[in-house]
Design a binder for this molecule. Structure first.
Ligand code: PLP
Length: 382
């Protein structure tokens, strides 16, 4: 029996909402379901939230709102998804890659000073696996040097740092509702606008550079081209699916966390023997069980484990090809100092199957396979 690496979890109401959405005949963006998603998100985040068709789109909007331009520099981890960097490269900016912390795999805030230049305009902390970056230090640094903080909270829906929601700490935060995240719309995302001064322009950028939102609110008689922008809003059909999911978001996250905790407990003995490293969750953070990973001592051991798991039909996968070593990253970016931890994690991290509906028996099967492989390997090397 195969164990899927990931599977989107349907809560049951998606189809009914889709039917209602089709019947409403409001199929374009900002219809009744988008409004319900906005209300839900704004109630939970207590700020202006704009639905987008992806987290990528939300990052692009943030880059425009922050007036990022040619030659500006944006500090970010290299161990992240391409959109973190691409959104800024599209504006002509240079992503400046720094290494990650060995514990949370998040941007190492101690490297910010070294990465700073007169061209630095923003920092993009990525909350990997829904575990918060060290935000106090990052926000202090940004304040001292008048930098924007744009949180890539793609994986961190409803996670917290010192009790504050991730995505709410920087000037902007971005969420993803892509099929691979906990809460899904197929493709979807949101921009959190934490400074009210940017709200009006955010609406304009999202509506192709026009004040169509004002027009729909009947604040103006006709709408016109005012600024640069694009079509960043999702169809109301997407919002219909998302709204069903949002209503169950806490439950979906709780299911992820339960699966995560079962792995974490079962794999503790292997960590105690030094055969792998488990994720670290700082005490002042709450995560959403988005990813369970283990870090093996070296690349051959990780590859050996992949091989065994795949042979047993267990979906396991690595994660990012670091951006600093990817062709476009080398072309558009700049790297600060050593990338030793990023490179090590890229070749030694193994993500185990995890989704809301994974069964305890499936988790136990994965753990047994990991256990047998690593104990076997260590016996051979002795
Ligand atoms: C998933 C993800 C994105 C992109 O999200 P989309 O909604 O697919 O655009 C960006 N950054 C990180 C860290 C992600 O995990």
């Amino acid at each position: 029996m195969a164990v899927s690496f990931r599977k989107p979890f349907l809560v049951g109401k998606e189809l009914e909402n889709l039917r209602l959405s089709l019947e409403s005949l409001h199929l374009s963006g900002d219809g009744p379901f988008t409004k319900r998603c906005h209300d839900w998100l704004q109630a939970h985040y207590n700020c202006t939230v704009l639905l987008t068709h992806s987290c990528t789109a939300a990052l692009e909007m943030a880059a425009i709102l922050a007036d990022i331009g040619p030659g500006d520099e944006v500090i970010m981890p290299s161990y992240t998804f391409v959109s973190t960097a691409n959104a800024f490269v599209l504006r002509g900016a240079v992503p400046v890659f720094v290494d990650i912390r060995p514990d949370t795999l998040n941007l190492d805030e101690r490297l910010l000073e070294q990465a700073l230049s007169p061209r630095t305009k923003a920092i993009v902390p990525v909350h990997y696996a829904g575990v918060s970056c060290e935000m106090d230090t990052i926000l202090d640094f940004a304040r001292q040097h008048s930098l924007f903080v744009i949180e890539d909270a793609a994986q961190a829906h409803l996670c917290t740092y010192n009790g504050q929601a991730l995505g709410r700490l920087g000037t902007f935060g971005t969420l993803s509702f892509h099929e691979t995240k906990n809460v899904v719309a197929g493709e979807g995302g949101a921009l959190l606008v934490n400074d009210p001064a940017f709200v009006e322009r955010a609406h304009i950028i999202r509506e192709k550079g026009t004040n169509r939102t004002q027009f729909l609110r009947r604040d103006v008689m006709k709408y016109e081209w005012l600024d640069i922008g694009s079509s960043y809003l999702p169809s109301d059909l997407i919002a219909a699916v998302l709204f069903a999911q949002l209503e169950e978001a806490e439950k979906i996250n709780a299911m992820h966390r339960a699966a995560w905790a079962r792995y974490h407990e079962a794999l503790a003995p292997l960590e105690a023997r030094g055969l792998l490293r488990r994720p670290t969750i700082p005490v002042h953070t709450q995560h959403n069980g988005h990813i369970y990973y283990v870090i093996l001592p070296d690349a051959p051991t990780a590859e050996g484990l992949f091989h065994v798991l795949r042979k047993q039909g267990i979906g396991a996968t690595t994660h990012y090809v670091p951006l600093h070593s990817a062709p476009a990253g080398r072309r558009f970016g700049r790297t600060i100092g050593s990338m030793a931890i990023t490179d090590h994690v890229a070749s030694c991290l193994v993500r185990l199957p995890l989704h809301a509906a994974i069964s305890e028996a499936e988790i136990d099967r994965v753990v047994t396979a990991v256990d047998a492989t690593l104990m076997n390997a260590s016996a051979v090397s002795l």
